[in-house]
Design a protein around this ligand. Structure first.
Ligand SMILES: NC(=O)c1ccc[n+]([C@@H]2O[C@H](COP(=O)([O-])OP(=O)(O)OC[C@H]3O[C@@H](n4cnc5c(N)ncnc54)[C@H](OP(=O)(O)O)[C@@H]3O)[C@@H](O)[C@H]2O)c1
Length: 325
């Protein structure tokens, strides 16, 4: 496994997203021991960068990591997020990045994760009711107290990133970025590079779609949140299958799997990028992590970069309003 730096923070350039072990996708929460084995296998393979958030569950995913990482905490660059639970207000799925909420949230995450420090602490979504300067000042205090090591933002827009970074250096921005979601290349990525901020692409496998394993949504559990995602719905879904087919064709040519190709394409976009593919299965941890050794040719990269655009928005209308603020 190769390692890169997100500003000063060294991480394996392929991480592991833990969300789906507890939340969001079909099978979440069904097999805790396989989830824990997956986390341990990732560490054995040199993955150091593990991603969670208090909202996953809510809370269950952090609790799972707390159990899984007992005795292994020092092997991990642990990243979690606040800001989608308003602790003294209306609770989960309500934006709140007020300084008071940041201070409450961090104590809960530390406790659930069973640690005295979080390596990278992200604001999960920008809160239009709290100036970003106030949020980052509260985070800077947590850095000073040693409770967090570094500050991140998720799905923030370029102006917010600049304003945040002016208060305290931002280490990483975590936003959706993959072969079928490339919106940040135009406005966000240049700002990150100008300011020396790393990029952590979430949903690098297109929520599983780019792996070619999802040919229908019939098998999704009722509460799988892809049911509400426009790209997985009706005619859009059927149209998008040609993207999965093209990734599969490149994979066949490269002697790799589509998931590995999707990850290798992201890695080829720069050494300031550390994707966090999500899985709760050991064999897929092994498959995804092996993308570190896959070098795509210039022709293959060009072919992937010119895939047809995806049909449908990346999120529901309500969720879209929270992006790039
Ligand atoms: N900041 C944010 O707002 C935000 C939003 C979403 C996600 N995230 C973070 O990003 C991480 C990754 O994103 P994601 O989980 O949404 O999407 P993803 O990594 O693009 O895809 C995950 C899905 O793909 C499946 N999968 C994984 N590897 C596979 C393989 N090799 N072959 C076939 N299927 C495979 C997984 O199923 P199995 O688990 O069954 O293998 C899961 O359903 C999350 O875990 C979370 O930590 C952050």
């Amino acid at each position: 496994m190769k390692y890169i730096k997100l500003r000063d923070l060294e991480v394996s350039r392929i991480g592991l997203g833990a969300m789906g072990m507890s939340h969001g996708y079909t099978g979440a929460g069904a097999d805790e021991s396989e989830s824990i084995r997956s986390l341990h296998r990732a560490l054995e393979l040199g993955v150091t960068f593990i991603d969670t958030a208090e909202i996953y569950g809510p809370y269950e995913n952090e609790e799972l990591l707390g159990r899984a990482l007992k005795g292994r905490r020092e092997q991990v660059v642990l990243a979690t997020k606040f800001g989608l639970v308003s602790h003294d207000g209306p609770g989960p799925w309500n934006l709140d990045s007020s300084p008071a909420n940041v201070r409450t949230a961090v104590e809960g995450s530390l406790k659930r994760l069973g640690t005295d420090h979080i390596d990278l602490y992200y604001q999960h979504r920008v809160d239009p009711n709290t100036p970003i300067e106030d949020t980052v000042s509260a985070l800077a205090d947590l850095v000073e107290q040693g409770k967090i090591g570094a500050i991140g933002l998720s799905e923030a827009g370029p102006d917010t990133i600049r304003r945040a970074n002016a208060v305290h250096p931002v280490t990483a921005v975590q936003s959706e970025y993959s072969l079928w979601t490339r919106g940040l290349e135009e406005r966000v990525l240049p700002v990150l590079r100008e300011l020396g901020i790393g990029l952590v692409p979430f949903s690098p496998l297109g929520r599983g779609f780019l792996t070619g394993k999802i040919r229908s949504t019939d098998g999704f559990a009722e509460d799988d949140f892809r049911h509400g995602n426009p790209r997985f719905t009706g005619a859009n879904f059927r149209r998008n299958l040609r993207i999965a087919d093209e990734v599969e064709a490149v994979a066949a040519q490269a002697g790799a799997t589509p998931a590995q190709v999707a990850i290798a394409w992201l890695l080829a976009q720069g050494d300031d990028i550390a994707p966090i593919p999500g899985t709760k299965r050991v064999h897929r941890v092994e498959e995804n992590t092996a993308a570190d050794g896959l070098e795509l040719t210039a022709e293959q990269l060009a072919e992937l970069s010119s895939l047809p655009p995806a049909a449908g928005d990346t999120h529901t209308k309500a969720a879209l309003r929270m992006l790039e603020r």
